[in-house]
Write a protein that binds this ligand. Structure first.
Ligand SMILES: [Zn+2]
Ligand SMILES: [Zn+2]
Length: 232
């Protein structure tokens, strides 16, 4: 786990999403990998000396971002937080969205489905636009539906950092929007990127997948939108 920005640690190469850890008086973990990542994640968390309750935040309900939450919540003192639009899926009262996958993808996910079983958690804190998480001097919840109903970004103006979940991903050095085959309304995601995220003042992007961008991140997102040629 390396400190990618002062106070922000990242666990890379989980099977699922990037996992960010913000230790301190109000320790926070952002996203939680697949279920198979759970032991590694728990070991890393245990390495941060803290008798405080961890806030586990999901940028959205997808399994690659929430897979280890159940297990971690049983091993540590935790509060689980997610946007109110996605909490019902995490709690099992609303179904996981069905995606249109091609044949190889269908075979792949069916074969591996025992590894990918969704484990429901109760979401202790239902987040809304404008809520502020009390860590790193305040992380603001930005609601950016499109990838899922309750996708969020987390933003801190003072330090110019943005956690973008799957709405902006870094694919081998090239920024991309959410994967369309796994998104309920990708066009809405791009509208939110343009109208909400690009109005924020950030230099550092901490995406759900791929390397962080430290410096010039807003310009990079702007370039990503320009590549779309304004067709969104
Ligand atoms: Zn996702
Ligand atoms: Zn993801």
């Amino acid at each position: 786990m390396r400190e990618v920005f002062p106070g922000v640690y990242m666990m890379k190469r989980t099977w699922g999403s990037n996992v960010y850890v913000l230790p301190g008086d109000n320790p926070v973990m952002i996203d939680a990998g697949f279920p198979v990542d759970r032991r590694r994640i728990a070991r890393r968390l245990a390495g941060f000396p803290s008798d405080k309750r961890w806030l586990l935040v999901a940028t959205h309900y997808h399994l690659d971002h929430t897979g280890s939450m159940k297990w971690i919540s049983e091993s540590f003192e935790t509060t689980i937080a997610a946007h109110a639009g996605d909490a019902p899926v995490m709690e099992g009262s609303m179904p996981y969205d069905i995606f249109k996958l091609n044949l190889p993808q269908t075979v792949y996910y069916k074969t591996l489905s025992p590894l990918f079983r969704y484990q429901y958690v109760s979401v202790d804190r239902k987040l809304e636009e404008g809520d502020v998480l009390d860590t790193l001097g305040g992380l603001e919840v930005i609601h950016i539906p499109g990838h899922t109903r309750g996708s969020i970004a987390l933003y801190q103006e003072n330090r110019g950092i943005l956690f973008s979940g799957d709405t902006v991903r870094n694919e081998n050095g090239v920024l991309e929007g959410p994967p369309p085959q796994f998104s309920i309304a990708p066009v809405e995601s791009f509208t939110n990127i343009r109208e909400k995220l690009l109005n924020l003042d950030f230099e550092v992007l901490l995406p759900g997948h791929g390397d962080p961008i430290i410096g010039g991140a807003r310009d990079e997102v702007h370039r990503m939108m320009s590549r779309r040629g304004g067709t969104e």
